[in-house]
Design a protein around this ligand. Structure first.
Ligand code: TYD
Length: 234
């Protein structure tokens, strides 16, 4: 690695300032739509927003994304988990942490909960180890808010079919795989109720967006109150 701008190792778990919001859920639940609506709303309020995603939020990540989603033939489950973790390590170090340190809002499509659900549950690796691997890769960074869009697989599949794009390696998995992934997402959310906002993704997009805005509003108020009182946030 010759690029001096890339930090050699992650630093503290949580940089001050900024707000880190992730969207999670199965394929076809509407994460991208909701991320875009939230981005527009925050930008309209004058907030600097970085919209990004995993896998593939960096130049290195685009290469990794191509392997994990489009490689023809098998990828060993542990290799798949490590590829997602490698994408995450580079993305957090070079895109997400710098944005949070600048005090910006990061809106991210998928993060470590996807690894726990898809590799931990879907590929039947040890969920706790997968979470630890991701946390190691990301230097312990957890989102301030994770919006879980929950939808049953049949409804999600109808949306994907309507998109008319070929399925990637994960989307092409059996229904039973996606059912387990969905249940794992819900289980993670139950374990961390403070971090999660779980929404029924079959509701109208505008209603979901309003619920998400309300929650983000609370967080923003909290951040500015903390700044005002202790001046701790950048
Ligand atoms: P995504 O970018 O949401 O797909 P699309 O652009 O087709 O909507 O995610 C790509 C796939 O990668 C998705 O099926 C979930 C999977 N994935 C994992 O299995 N583990 C992970 O850690 C992440 C981030 C994604």
């Amino acid at each position: 690695m010759t690029d001096a701008t890339v930090p050699a190792a992650p630093r503290d778990a949580r940089p001050p300032g900024g707000l880190f919001i992730t969207f999670e859920g199965g394929d076809g639940v509407g994460k991208t739509t909701q991320a875009a609506l939230l981005d527009d709303w925050l930008a309209g309020r004058g907030r600097a927003v970085v919209r990004t995603r995993e896998p593939g939020g960096t130049d290195v990540g685009v290469l990794i994304r191509d392997i994990v989603l489009h490689h023809r033939g098998d990828v060993a489950p542990r290799a798949e988990a490590l590829l997602y973790a490698a994408d995450r390590a580079h993305h957090i170090a070079t895109v997400v942490r710098p944005a949070l340190e600048r005090g910006e809002v990061v809106i991210q499509d998928r993060y470590l909960d996807s690894s726990v659900a898809y590799q931990g549950e879907g590929r039947q690796l040890e969920a706790e180890q997968i979470r630890d691997l991701s946390l190691w890769a990301a230097g312990g960074l957890l989102p301030d808010l994770t919006v879980l869009l929950d939808l049953d697989h049949t409804a999600a599949r109808r949306r994907l079919d309507a998109d008319d794009k070929p399925f990637d390696r994960l989307e092409a998995e059996r229904e039973e795989f996606h059912d387990r992934v969905r249940e794992r997402f819900l289980a993670i959310a139950r374990e961390e109720p403070d971090r999660f906002l779980v929404l029924d993704a079959s509701r109208p997009a505008a209603d979901l967006a309003a619920d998400i805005r309300a929650r983000v509003e609370t967080l923003l108020t909290g951040v500015s109150a903390a700044r005002g009182s202790v001046g701790a946030h950048g």
